[in-house]
Design a protein around this ligand. Sequence first.
Ligand code: FPP
Length: 226
Amino acid sequence: MSDLKHIAIIMDGNGRWAKKRDKDRKVGHYFGSENVREIALAALDMDVEVITLYAFSTENWKRPQKEIDYLMKLPAIFFERFLKELNEKGIRVCTIGDLSKIPDRTRKVMHNAVEKTKHNTKLTLNFALNYGSRDEIVRATQRMIDDGVTEVTESLLTSYLDTAGLPDVDLLIRTGGDQRLSNYLLWQLAYSELVFVDMEWPLFGPEAFIKCIDDYQSRQRRFGGL
Ligand code: FPP
């Protein structure tokens, strides 16, 4: 698996999954968060180095307040149940996105998970929270200006992004059947392979995940060369 280091995932379809079962959307998000554990453990088994999960986008603030409140509570529910296990398995939690604008309680929960797991090395489980690619690039640019940068190179800009220090994304998986990027990791996906899966996120289990990896392995990446 040496050439597959970083998998990014757009976990779409929680709401539709719930609707089909006559449940509230938050039930879909709850089962979706349980699935995060499943996929993290599968990634660990597959020796993937990083998975980056789109947990809340800069556009998700347009959703009803009740749903936003629940999505902001989910990290606490998730880590209360799984942090110990993830930590014991050597998983390092980290985040990208503008966490300064999320509720204090959610930020504290995320910081606690990051802090407790910071020395782990087996897998990086990276949560994109209040993340938008354009916002990330704007924030990076502003920081470069603040630092007095006068010459911009690709590697310099890369080092100012939230993903600094992480390997480039090799594979993007989007569940839920739509085929778009939704302002996710636009810079980091420049040479990624894209796999769109017609399956709602709560149903996307380890078997489907491994199928995506098999699909990736069967492709020939050329990075613009021959
Ligand atoms: C998109 O589905 C999903 C989200 C906006 C939230 C994803 C979050 C999780 C799966 C949980 C994250 C877990 C932790 C621990 C933070 P949608 O609601 O847009 O689905 P729809 O397109 O069917 O309406």
